[in-house]
Design a protein around this ligand. Structure first.
Ligand SMILES: *[C@@H]1O[C@H](CO)[C@@H](O)[C@H](O)[C@H]1NC(C)=O
Ligand SMILES: *[C@@H]1O[C@H](CO)[C@@H](O)[C@H](O)[C@H]1NC(C)=O
Ligand SMILES: *[C@@H]1O[C@H](CO)[C@@H](O)[C@H](O)[C@H]1NC(C)=O
Ligand SMILES: *[C@@H]1O[C@H](CO)[C@@H](O)[C@H](O)[C@H]1NC(C)=O
Length: 339
């Protein structure tokens, strides 16, 4: 989310700069133009790509941006998010010719009716950093060849129909900061290698919610230092307590709607958490007093577990009414209400 929000203002600023400075218009590279026209032809319902007219400069086409700096006129950015119904958007498979835009750094086609598999030709995009294709009908296995794109920092393939296992090779991304695969049909265990995604010092974001992932969360993943971790709405089992440590950088943790079993009594939660949602698991024990150190906590839910004991009164817990705790096995607000 953050990376996406970031991309928009930067591109707007770049666009505004060239509008104001009015330099000679960038001339479209002939090879890029040919590729774009084939991409347009590859979609049955070209939507706003009808504005892609071969007698005009492709750097001015809807959704296209060219890099004004070192590679004047080369297409670096293809961005078309459909804001209507998916059926109003592009329809068809991702054309192989997407691989023929060698300077592309951002490919963003959200909320269309794009289906089929990811084309192998994407591996030719050696400058691609931002791959944003959520809310389409892409299917098949997640291809491990994506890791050959060494420049990728951000992937969002959420709300598609990808199935099968998360490839163990996904630990081999060179520079990935965000991997969002929410709401697909992924199944099986999370590969233990995925903990190695976070081999950089930077805390990363991993969003795997709403799939059919099962088994224990691998210890390598538990040990890693995530910024954002969303594993909610899966069938994960076991004890994830190694995820929690006061000094981890995690700001967002959603483990809700799984089958996780652990005793919360002695847990120290990452103190930077803003979201901590653990409802609908099999958590036992009581809520630790340390939770009142999470001064930025805004979104919290531990209901529908097996928790007992007194909710520790304090500046953080006092923010949340009973709907954040109950039903529970035997939690209570005070000693008086406990008996
Ligand atoms: C991925 O895309 C979906 C659909 O647009 C969005 O809801 C989600 O926040 C995105 N995730 C990230 C990490 O950008
Ligand atoms: C492309 O634009 C030119 C000039 O505006 C116009 O005359 C021509 O009909 C357009 N071609 C198509 C295929 O839309
Ligand atoms: C993870 O990375 C470490 C250090 O680079 C390496 O030694 C280890 O073999 C990797 N583990 C997996 C499962 O890829
Ligand atoms: C907490 O989770 C429970 C169980 O899923 C849900 O009913 C409740 O509305 C949630 N509370 C809040 C404040 O979101």
């Amino acid at each position: 989310m953050a990376a996406h929000n970031h991309l928009v203002p930067v591109s707007l600023l770049v666009g505004l700069f060239f509008f104001l400075a009015a330099p000679p218009a960038l001339t479209c590279d002939a090879g890029d133009r040919a590729a774009l026209l084939k991409i347009k032809a590859g979609f049955q319902n070209p939507g706003k790509f009808t504005s892609w007219n071969e007698s005009t400069n492709c750097c001015t086409w809807y959704g296209v941006k060219c890099n004004p700096h070192d590679n004047g006129g080369r297409v670096t950015y293809l961005h078309y998010s459909n804001h209507g119904a998916a059926s109003d958007g592009l329809s068809g498979r991702l054309p192989d010719e997407l691989g023929d835009l060698p300077f592309l750094s951002a490919l963003s086609l959200a909320n269309h009716n794009v289906y089929g598999v990811l084309p192998l030709t994407l591996t030719r995009l050696t400058r691609l950093s931002f791959l944003y294709l959520p809310s389409n009908s892409l299917s098949g296995a997640l291809p491990s060849f994506l890791t050959q794109i060494r420049s990728l920092t951000f992937i969002n393939l959420s709300f598609n129909k990808f199935s099968g296992l998360i490839p163990p090779e996904f630990s081999n991304f060179a520079a990935l900061e965000t991997l969002a695969l929410q709401t697909n049909n992924l199944e099986g265990e999370i590969p233990s290698t995925i903990g190695n995604l976070s081999k950089s010092l930077l805390p990363l974001s991993l969003l795997l919610a709403d799939n059919m992932l099962s088994g224990n969360i691998p210890k390598e993943l538990l040990a890693a230092n995530w910024d954002t971790l969303d594993l909610s709405h899966n069938k994960l089992t076991g004890d994830p307590t190694a995820l929690f440590a006061a000094n981890k950088a995690t700001t967002y943790m959603d483990l809700s709607f799984n089958k996780l079993e652990f005793d919360m009594t002695g847990i120290e939660f990452p103190v930077k958490l803003i979201t901590l949602t653990l409802q609908n698991n099999m958590i036992t024990g009581s809520i630790p007093a340390q939770i009142n150190h999470l001064s930025t906590l805004l979104i919290f839910n531990v209901s529908s577990n097996q928790l007992c004991g007194i909710i520790p009164a304090g500046p953080v817990m006092d923010r949340f009414d009973n709907t954040h705790f109950f039903p529970s096995k035997c939690l209570c607000r005070s000693k008086v209400s406990c008996v």
